[in-house]
Ligand binder design. Sequence first.
Ligand code: ZN
Ligand code: ZN
Length: 363
Amino acid sequence: MPTTVTAHPAAFVTLTAPSFGPVHSRRTGAGGGVMACRPRRDGGTCPHGRPVSCTVRHAADDTRLGQPLCPDCFDYAGAVLWNAHAPELWRRFTMAFRRYLARSAGLRVADLREALTVSFAKVAEYQRRGLVHFHAVIRLDGPGGPDATPPSWATLDLIKAAVDHAAGAVAVSTSAAGDVPAKTHVWGSQIDVRPITTTGDLTDTAVAGYIAKYATKAAECVGTLDRRIRPTDDPADLPVSGHARRLITECLRLAALEEFAGLRLAEWAHMLGFRGHFSTKSRHYSVTLGRLRADRIEHNRRQHDISTGRLPFDDDQVLVIAHWRYLGQGMTPGEALLTAALTGKPLPTLTTGTERRTCPNSS
Ligand SMILES: [Zn+2]
Ligand SMILES: [Zn+2]
């Protein structure tokens, strides 16, 4: 990437989900002190008899954080359907963003690329309440990408105006199904746009660190599972938080409704309905993810894959297996291959010239 790209207008944007019911939260005041969770002077209870007020100043590791004040008041169907539609909401946001830029420059959307290139890089993060939100870097490059200078009208103020407009302008609707009413899924009101500069509060290096941190966060951080729910799983037995269990159960429940079949909610129940990639970016932002992925697959294939019939090591590497456990009798083709490799027996799939080595631990 050319270093001149750092001079192009860029902003760090956060788009969140709306509220699906009050949850315990930890907020800090202007002085840095922790504020009461959700104080309500009149107090009172919800229709389920639970207090609507919480005056606790929650510690950072309080397990109640992100859990609803009343699970029965929380809109679980709305929450998982929002997660399921978040990628589409993001896609519509990027289209509305481009439309706004084109309109403000007096161009047709189709002609926008002749004037500038919009580059996006986003990561999805789970909030404790089990909803995803997006952090994105949005940058305006010249026509053709990062090598070209953007037009003078492509400013930070324009990015901010376009984000505010696009976030408020888009929605995805779902029709009524079962006991779930028709819903319109929109972004929450908490939208943050901060300029990225080479100096000052939010530098490009700080953003890179920020995004890397969120990219490593996954769904299990909110107390759900890091694997798919299996047909043999009983949701009641899963080692998850009560809130995550209800989100997972809601995914499985809605998955049975024909209207939501396309969302594959059972397959993505462990992700609480969200089936997007955690990080995506437009073609011009930097090295493509596809290129990175291809390199990684090739690396893994060379290093580890024994299912293809190739030996799992290169000429200068020795396979060491230091940990054994009993799984059962008989061998899968992969195990047969591995055993053959370890015992030095000839393999029909070996290609000429591949050197077999014996694992030092095989005895
Ligand atoms: Zn609370
Ligand atoms: Zn309630």
